[in-house]
Design a protein around this ligand. Structure first.
Ligand code: FES
Length: 137
């Protein structure tokens, strides 16, 4: 079987309805672009207390909220653009890192710093009014 026949047969398999769901899943393109969100957090609540300290972070609603300095928050998608693993904030290095295959992202703007991630992380807005943080994007 040459390359052209292989591709033709693979495309035909993706069109069959009676093949196992795992194979069908592998034919679908995965979306790791980050969710659309619009929510508020009250930073006076103990569940959100991590965001009251510089270097603190919180993963909620599919986004990673990081307090970069006393007046700035950064909010990025919490899903790695490589294969969808949950990301974490490394405040000491000002990076967002992936535990699966080592991708790293700029914590401020989500750009790829290293590893296999093909694209930057989606960035969201964060506005603090009193103790209410509004996240949208
Ligand atoms: S899923 Fe994050 S580097 Fe592969």
């Amino acid at each position: 079987m040459d390359r052209k026949d292989f591709l033709k047969n693979s495309a035909a398999l993706c069109g069959l309805a009676l093949i196992p769901s795992g194979i069908i899943q592998s034919c679908k393109k995965q979306d790791y672009s980050g969710p659309n969100v619009n929510f508020t957090l009250d930073l006076s609540q103990s569940a959100n207390a991590a965001l009251n300290s510089v270097g603190g972070s919180l993963a909620v609603n599919g986004v990673l909220i990081m307090r970069l300095d006393p007046s700035n928050f950064s909010v990025l998608s919490a899903t790695c653009t490589h294969q969808g693993c949950q990301l974490g904030y490394n405040s000491g290095m000002s990076k967002v890192t992936c535990p699966c295959h080592g991708a790293s992202f700029n914590a401020s703007n989500g750009s790829v710093l290293g590893g296999p991630a093909p694209t930057a992380l989606k960035k969201y807005t964060a506005t603090l009014n009193g103790t209410i943080l509004t996240v949208a994007g």
